[in-house]
Design a protein around this ligand. Sequence first.
Ligand code: ADP
Length: 162
Amino acid sequence: MSRIAIYPGSFDPITEGHVSIVNRGLAVADQIIVAVARNVSKTALFPLKERIDMVTETFAHNPRVRVDTFDGLLVEYARSRNARIILRGLRAVADFEYEYQMANMNRRLAEGVETVFLMASPDTFYVSSRLVKEVAALGGDITGLVPEPVLSRLPAAPSTDD
Ligand code: ADP
């Protein structure tokens, strides 16, 4: 039986931090469904379709990674996809409290669906969607921090100091 994992998030936009979690997650799951949240509490920069497109293009070469959207209870969504693993990434201590609460709540809601955490890799632990957007908006170079499909949509603003 193939092990399916759900990797849920806002992906506004997907970063190399997310890519690293997916690639390493393939060591514990046969198939990963990157589940893009339809409703994000924070105001999203990219509309849902674009967030999906960027993830789809990023993993176009990998048949073990699929892209989908979800809303409502994550554990219900996981069940509907026959997934028993929820994949999450941990960067700093700051991520821990929220993730710990969510993992325990989800286990209470659905026994048998386990949250599996992967530690951020040393080269992307400081990367977040929020920071990448801020840096790009200020004209900073985000090459290497986001996959190519994001780079072409979120280019560093041209310098205006002439
Ligand atoms: P959410 O809106 O649910 O926080 P995100 O799209 O921001 O969704 O992130 C999805 C998951 O990816 C979260 O578990 C987050 O901690 C993890 N993540 C984000 N950036 C990184 C990174 N640089 N390294 C490892 N994990 C990360």
